[in-house]
Design a binder for this molecule. Structure first.
Ligand code: BGC
Length: 416
């Protein structure tokens, strides 16, 4: 009897011990398209391999606007998830509310300061303490093209300037196909808009107008030219674009219904999931006029303060896993992005990823590396929302003149 009860006590202790080591991690994200779901499944696998329970909190909606709304209501009701996909200046806003945890113990043990570009590490910190873990680097100023469609339309070479692009788009139209696959959310419009602004006006104009929100730059000739070009791009989209999700627009390019899409390299995750090969089935190229520049978009998970010890342990393991080499490789191979962790082996990555990695380093040196406004990297959420709405109104309503479009955007940029 005595022996048995001793055994029972020992078993109970072991069980209690392992329970204290493992916990549940609830992760709010908006990765629901084919390529995105495959990517986030890898993180789940790693966490489950460490004995933790993954509670998936996926909120559909590209660009994350829906997820941001849901997150607010969860935090306000005092029940935040362990981790949420938040990035850029929004991390600072959440941290200033006092709701984010401190990841310094993990970051110091794992040497994050020496493994991250400083521009990225700074965004992950609030008052010098890590509060978020970065996942990847997405490049936004890409143009995707279907090689067979270009061939069919008689397009020779990939357009490198906007005039070349419109000439190619005319040929595609003539061949009875859609030139530009586009969807219908304001962030999709802005993704195209910021690539046009960068290509037409250059890096200085982009930074002055869209990052510093300088009124002179916002009302300059470069902005007029940007809106004229942007409106012209619109004329090559199809009538069914409004309301369409970004990944359905990518599918139009994959399925040879459309020639081009302006989208960040999460689109490559869709091409990869469909078994398509870059350089053969599809082409990745910088948007016209932007090959010396790079609009970056770093995905990251901010970690919320938690009370339960098991959940805290799971959260720390999540942060460490995100920055680990295993996750950085497999996630980014699926997602279309490149690792944010420095000095990673790129052998398994395709040519688009290798070009992205090279251009990231080169543009960081040349000054061509700029934050994406469309993807929450550059300005505070209030101004970002207002300026996106103004750009989308212009895109959707041909009756708004270019002069009025310029005025509306400049006014929106002043939103505090
Ligand atoms: C995110 C990507 C995501 C894309 C579409 C971007 O803002 O950074 O991770 O795949 O939106 O939802």
């Amino acid at each position: 009897m005595l022996k048995l009860s001793k055994l029972a006590t020992a078993v109970a202790l072991v069980v209690a011990g392992s329970a204290a080591m493992a916990g549940e991690v609830e992760v709010l994200h908006y990765w629901t398209s084919g390529g995105e779901a495959k990517s986030v499944a890898e993180l789940k696998k790693i966490m489950e391999g460490k004995g933790h329970t993954w509670k998936d909190f996926a909120v559909a909606g590209g660009g994350g606007d829906n997820a941001a709304t849901v997150l607010k209501s969860r935090v306000v009701s005092g029940n935040p998830p362990a981790a949420a996909q938040i990035k850029g200046p929004a991390i600072q806003e959440w941290a200033s509310e006092g709701v984010l945890g401190n990841l310094d113990a993990t970051a110091t043990a794992e040497k994050w300061d020496s493994l991250l570009p400083k521009v990225v590490a700074d965004v992950m910190k609030y008052k010098g303490n890590y509060v978020a873990a970065p996942v990847n680097v997405h490049r936004v100023n890409w143009m995707w093209a279907n090689a067979a469609v270009l061939k069919k339309a008689g397009v020779k070479g990939t357009p490198k300037t906007w005039p070349e692009f419109f000439a190619a788009a005319d040929l595609v139209k003539k061949a009875g196909l859609i030139a530009v696959a586009h969807g219908g959310q304001n962030w999709q419009d802005f993704t195209t808009f910021e690539s046009v602004a960068l290509g037409v006006g250059g890096t200085k104009f982009y930074n002055d107008a869209l990052v510093k929100l300088d009124q002179k730059a916002l009302t300059s000739d470069a902005m007029v030219k940007t809106l004229e070009t942007f409106r012209k791009v619109k004329s090559y989209t199809d009538a069914a674009a409004p309301g369409r999700d970004w990944n359905l627009a990518t599918a139009m390019v994959i399925q040879e219904k459309a020639a081009f899409q302006f989208m960040g390299d999460w689109a490559k995750g869709e091409f990869s999931a469909a078994g398509k090969v870059p350089g053969k089935d599809y082409i990745c190229a910088a948007a016209p006029g932007t090959d010396k520049a790079y609009t970056f978009n770093v995905d990251s998970f901010a970690m919320f303060k938690l009370k339960d010890a098991g959940a805290q342990k799971a959260q720390a393991d999540l942060a460490a896993s995100i920055m680990g080499t295993q996750f950085q490789e497999v996630f980014n191979l699926n997602k279309g992005s490149i690792p944010v962790r420095l000095n990673m082996d790129m052998a398994k990555f395709d040519d688009c990823a290798k070009l992205s990695a090279k251009d990231f380093v080169d543009t960081a040196k040349s000054g061509g590396l700029v934050p994406s406004v469309a993807h929450g990297m550059a300005i505070k959420p209030a101004a970002e929302g207002a300026i996106k709405d103004a750009v989308s109104q212009f895109w959707n309503d041909d009756k708004i003149s270019v002069a009025d479009g310029v005025k509306n955007i400049a006014k929106a940029a002043a939103t505090k």
